[in-house]
Write a protein that binds this ligand. Structure first.
Ligand SMILES: CC(C)(COP(=O)(O)OP(=O)(O)OC[C@H]1O[C@@H](n2cnc3c(N)ncnc32)[C@H](O)[C@@H]1OP(=O)(O)O)[C@@H](O)C(=O)NCCC(=O)NCCS
Length: 176
C-alpha cells in the first residue's frame, strides 16, 4: 500500500459524482443516501465549479482524493465548515475490492490532519449511519471519540436515519 491523501483538483470531481451515481440502491441505503436526492451530474459539476472558486476561509465543502500507488481509490469531503472552529467529514473507498485492506483508517488519519491544517479546525465531526459498521469502526481506529447516537437528516443527500456522532479534537502540537 502506497497511500497519498491530498486536496482534490477540480478536474477530479467525477470521482465523487460517478461514485454516487454508480452505486447500487443497496449501497446507497447502507450509507444513508436517498437516490432521489442525488443532483444530476451536470448540476453537481456546476456546483463544484462554484465551490472551487471560494477562498478556503469561506469554502462550503473541501474535497480530498485518496490514492494508492497513484490510483484514485477513495475520497473524503468536509462540509458544515465553520472556518477556524469545526466541520463534518465524510469517507469513501470507491470500490469494494479496495475496502477492508487498511486504506480507510490510514486515509482518515491523514485527511483529519489536512482538514485541521487547511481549515484551522479545533474539532472535526463525523456522523455515519448507525448501522453501517465500516465507518464506525474506521473512525474509532483512526482516533475519533464516540459522542452519541441520534436520529436526524445529516445532509442534503440523506434520508432521516439514526447516526452516530464521532469527534476528534485538534492535537495541541498543531496549535500555534
Ligand atoms: C468506511 C470505509 C471508508 C472504510 O475503509 P476501509 O478501507 O474499508 O477500512 P479499513 O480496511 O481501514 O478497516 C477499518 C475498520 O473497519 C472495519 N470494516 C471495514 N469494512 C467493514 C465491514 N463491511 N463490516 C464491518 N467492519 C468493517 C475493519 O474490520 C476495520 O476494523 P478495526 O479497525 O476495528 O480493525 C469503506 O469501508 C467504505 O468506503 N465503505 C463504503 C462507504 C461508507 O460506508 N462510507 C461511510 C459513509 S458515512
Amino acid at each position: 500500500m502506497s497511500l497519498v491523501v491530498r486536496e482534490m483538483a477540480e478536474s477530479e470531481v467525477d470521482l465523487v459524482i460517478d461514485y454516487f451515481h454508480a452505486s447500487t440502491p443497496e449501497h446507497l441505503e447502507l450509507i444513508g443516501v436517498d437516490p432521489a436526492r442525488l443532483p444530476r451530474r451536470e448540476d453537481w459539476r456546476a456546483y463544484y465549479a462554484f465551490v472551487f472558486q471560494q477562498p478556503l476561509e469561506r469554502r462550503e465543502t473541501l474535497l480530498l482524493t485518496w490514492l494508492d500507488d497513484e490510483r484514485p481509490v477513495g475520497f473524503s469531503s468536509a462540509d458544515k465548515i465553520s472556518f477556524g472552529q469545526h466541520a463534518h467529514m465524510h469517507l469513501h473507498v470507491t470500490t469494494s475490492d479496495d475496502r477492508r485492506r487498511g486504506l480507510g483508517v490510514e486515509a482518515v488519519r491523514r485527511s483529519v490532519g489536512l482538514y485541521f491544517e487547511q481549515l484551522r479546525l479545533k474539532r472535526l465531526f463525523c456522523e455515519p449511519h448507525a448501522f453501517n459498521a465500516a465507518p464506525n469502526r474506521t473512525l474509532r481506529s483512526a482516533g475519533f471519540r464516540y459522542l452519541k447516537t441520534h436520529v436526524t437528516v445529516p445532509g442534503p443527500l440523506n434520508f432521516r436515519q439514526p447516526v452516530t456522532r464521532w469527534v476528534i479534537t485538534r492535537p495541541q502540537k498543531l496549535d500555534s
